[in-house]
Design a protein around this ligand. Structure first.
Ligand code: ZN
Length: 340
């Protein structure tokens, strides 16, 4: 899922987004509550109408965003209080409120409101966050009254195996249509993410979508898919694009680099996106160097296409029964390439 925090994948129109092959997009409850407010979105007929996107939309509950503003918030069992970073007004977000906002936004998948502790949190803090997340899930389930919208629960537990296992057991007991692994990509060393996935995934219920939150790099996605994960979201393709960096296969190229000044080849000959099929590396280099908006849009388009092509290749390999062979190098710590 490309990340469209404010009901827009930055720099990309919904039509362009569909051209990348993206099937589902993520938007953020917390940010949309602050601007423009869920009432505006609801009066437009919901998020799909508002942003002109007909495919599925998942809304993140805002827990991650609220807790990344750790200096600003006060956490209690009831909910979280913080100041609106836009205008300084006081906001109190509760599980009920997070669900109410998501029902008004009209996403296809709503996420439970959870407490996402940072990597630096102690075992006691993580345990407390887990317990709170589980109590909040119960309240989210009670508050959720929109049968056409799926509610996913979120497993927490940081890097502590016994807390993760307990969290999976509790969240699974709610019999929800999907489950997410949260509390990853919160500052831990990247090598710890596969470890968490390997431990948690086998414990998850079979036959329901599994969503690994905040992950979208090739190696981590491949390991996660090998362990049965279905959904990902990541800001990386568009964030890199806005900084002039292109994902070419599994490499990152800085298009500002002088070596591209007279390079008239397509960015990636194997890619069918607008940037690669219409323009050259030299032109993209020129746009980026000149600070032209089109350069950022084209690189974001290419990066999204590249990542989605990779996930489609994994899907195809699973269907054809050759995932383990084709993607095997990605499962180890080796940097070997495969044939996607
Ligand atoms: Zn491309």
């Amino acid at each position: 899922m490309p990340v469209g925090t404010l009901a827009t994948v930055k720099g990309i129109s919904s039509r362009q987004l569909a051209d990348t092959g993206a099937q589902m997009v993520l938007a953020n409850t917390y940010h949309l509550n602050l601007q423009p407010g869920e009432a505006v979105v609801q009066s437009a007929g919901g998020l799909h109408e508002f942003m002109g996107w007909t495919g599925p939309i998942l809304t993140d509950s805002g827990g991650f965003q609220v807790f990344s503003l750790a200096d600003l918030n006060r956490v209690g069992d009831e909910g979280v209080s913080f100041r609106n970073p836009r205008d300084g007004t006081h906001i109190h977000l509760t599980p009920e409120k997070a669900i109410e906002i998501q029902m008004a936004l009209g996403s296809d998948v709503a996420m439970a409101f959870d407490q996402c502790p940072p990597y630096s949190a102690t075992e006691n803090d993580v345990e407390e966050a887990c317990n709170r997340t589980h109590h909040w899930l119960e309240r989210c389930v009670a508050a959720h009254k929109k049968s056409e919208q799926a509610l996913f629960g979120i497993v927490q537990g940081g890097c502590f195996s016994h807390l993760r296992a307990k969290s999976v057991k509790t969240v699974s007991s709610f019999d929800l249509p999907g489950i997410a692994i949260g509390g990853v990509s919160v500052g831990e060393p990247i090598n710890e993410i596969p470890q968490i996935v390997r431990e948690v995934a086998p414990l998850l219920p079979e036959g329901r979508p599994r969503y690994l939150m905040g992950i979208g790099t090739f190696r981590e996605m491949t390991i996660a898919v090998a362990n049965g994960i279905d959904l990902f979201d990541c800001v990386l393709p568009t964030r890199l694009g806005r900084h002039g960096t292109a994902l070419v296969r599994d490499e990152r190229w800085n298009l500002r680099n002088a070596c591209f000044r007279q390079d008239h080849q397509p960015l990636d000959q194997t890619c069918s996106c607008e940037a690669c099929s219409t323009y050259s590396r030299a032109y993209l280099h020129h746009l980026i160097r000149s600070g032209e908006l089109l350069g950022l849009t084209l690189l974001s388009l290419h990066n999204l296409t590249n990542l989605i092509r990779f996930t489609s290749a994994m899907e195809q390999a699973i269907v054809e029964g050759c995932f383990s062979e084709d993607f095997a190098p990605w499962k180890s710590d080796s940097n070997a390439h495969h044939t996607w």
